[in-house]
Every structure is written in structure tokens, then in C-alpha cells.
Design a protein around this ligand. Structure first.
Ligand code: PEP
Length: 252
């Protein structure tokens, strides 16, 4: 069966001290649950190492929120996938809606990042999701198909073992509006079908598809109990152990 993954996206939040103490509280609080659920925290780049150190005695793994698609070289301000791998960082979030819609990343850019990250051995958490107007125009499935095809172009079946998909409806991110469990499950089922038709049923059945968008302790159990929901990508509620640990426990 698919092992749940509960991932925290800290976005551009925390400072060195609060990042370290948050990582320690999550590591302590999730000890019992990590026997049956994977936990990932994704701090801002400058705090990757302090957070990795703080979580080193635990099962909590550390990921980045982005990387660049080129080999190390003359790309001022960017961070190479190879550098993340060099630090022992295991995962990277790619295609987050804030990178798509605030920073202007296209599927083609995201795809290059996905391919480079997989080449360097990182686990990729690929985010996909529709805007409110796309949902209202009943284009959700079309948008998901396009983002899956674009983001995963040239990714081999073998490499898919290192991919996790996160369905994050843009209208539910940081807004307090959550997709209903039925809306989430139906989008996830669609994504699983896409995986079956573009890869294999084995890959589709084994793929972890996380839900993201205003997940909190109060709605986590219901969302995570849906057949096709295999974990959560959590923004705001991952910034305190009081909120994040109960979400981890809901997945255990
Ligand atoms: C996210 O940033 O991936 C996210 C889902 O944010 P929030 O939980 O705050 O909606």
C-alpha cells in the first residue's frame, strides 16, 4: 500500500532560530507517527542545513522549495539541484503555484527542473492545480492534464519511483478555503488515471498523490481518509508543531 507523506512547505518564513526550534518540535512530536508515515519539512534555502542538523536524530527528512535546472555555473542567485544533493537534501518541491503564478514559471521550466532533480537523485514533489476561474469553467481536468504532461515530459517510468504528485487547487492555497474531500478525491482519481494511461497501472497505483490547500488539524482526517489522497502538502499549518504534528498523526 502507499505510505502517506506529510510535507510542510515553510515558504519564505522563519528565521534561523525559529526554523531550528520548529524542526526540533516537529521531530519530537512526530516520533511515534514516523513508524507509519513519512514526514518532510521544506525550509527556505538558508536554513536547510540548520534544520537538517536539528532533525538529524529523527525520521523527519528535509527538502528544498525550488532549485535551478542547470549544472553549477554562471547563474547568479540560483541553487543547483546538484548542490542540494551534495548537502544530503532528499527532496525538492517543484511547480508550486506561487512559483507558477507569482514567479512566472512555465511547465517547460518546471519540466527542466524536474528532469535535473531526478538526474541528481532528488525526490520531486511536483505540484499541479487549477485556478478558481479554471474550476468554474470546468477546465480542472484539462489543466491537470496539461501540467502533468508538461511537468513530466521525458520522465522515464523508472524515474517515476522518485516522484510524488501534489494536487493543490490554487484557490485553496493560503485562503482558508479547502477543497471538499470529494473534490480532492475526484481530482486525485483523475491524476491517477492520467498516470495509468501515460505510464502503467503499477506506477499509477503506487504513486503518492498529496492534497494541498488550507489543510489543518480540523480537516486533515477527512481529507486523508479519501481513497486517492496519500498525504498532504501543508503551508500555513506547517509553521507550528501544534498544528503540523496532529496532521502528521492524522496520516499515521
Ligand atoms: C502550500 O503552500 O503548498 C499550501 C498548501 O499552503 P496552505 O496550506 O497555507 O494553503
Amino acid at each position: 500500500m502507499r505510505r502517506y507523506l506529510i510535507a510542510g512547505n515553510w515558504k519564505m518564513n522563519t528565521n534561523r532560530d525559529t526554523a531550528v526550534s520548529l524542526a526540533k518540535s516537529i521531530a519530537d512530536g512526530s516520533q511515534a507517527a514516523t513508524g507509519s508515515v513519512d514526514v518532510l519539512v521544506c525550509p527556505p534555502f538558508p536554513y536547510l542545513i540548520p534544520v537538517q542538523d536539528a532533525a538529524s536524530e529523527s525520521q523527519v527528512t528535509v527538502g528544498a522549495q525550488n532549485c535551478y535546472f542547470e549544472e553549477p555555473g554562471a547563474f547568479t542567485g540560483e541553487v543547483a539541484a546538484e548542490m542540494l544533493a551534495d548537502l544530503g537534501i532528499q527532496s525538492v518541491i517543484l511547480g508550486h503555484s506561487e512559483r507558477r503564478h507569482v514567479l512566472g514559471e512555465t511547465d517547460a521550466i518546471i519540466n527542466r527542473k524536474v528532469l535535473k532533480s531526478l538526474e541528481k537523485g532528488l525526490q520531486v514533489v511536483l505540484c499541479v492545480g487549477e485556478l478558481l476561474e479554471e474550476r468554474e469553467a470546468e477546465k480542472t481536468n484539462d489543466v491537470l492534464d496539461e501540467q502533468m504532461a508538461g511537468g513530466l515530459a521525458s520522465v522515464s517510468a523508472e524515474q517515476m519511483a522518485n516522484v510524488v504528485i501534489a494536487y493543490e487547487p490554487v484557490w485553496a492555497i493560503g485562503t482558508g478555503k479547502t477543497a471538499s474531500p470529494e473534490q480532492a478525491d475526484s481530482a486525485h482519481a483523475h491524476l491517477r488515471k492520467w498516470l495509468e494511461s501515460h505510464y502503467t497501472s503499477e506506477i499509477a497505483n503506487g504513486m503518492r498523490i498529496l492534497y494541498g490547500g488550507s489543510v489543518k488539524p480540523a480537516n486533515a482526517v477527512e481529507l486523508l481518509s479519501q481513497e486517492n489522497v496519500d498525504g498532504a502538502l501543508v503551508g500555513g499549518a506547517s509553521l507550528t508543531a501544534e498544528n503540523f504534528v496532529p496532521i502528521i498523526e492524522a496520516g499515521a
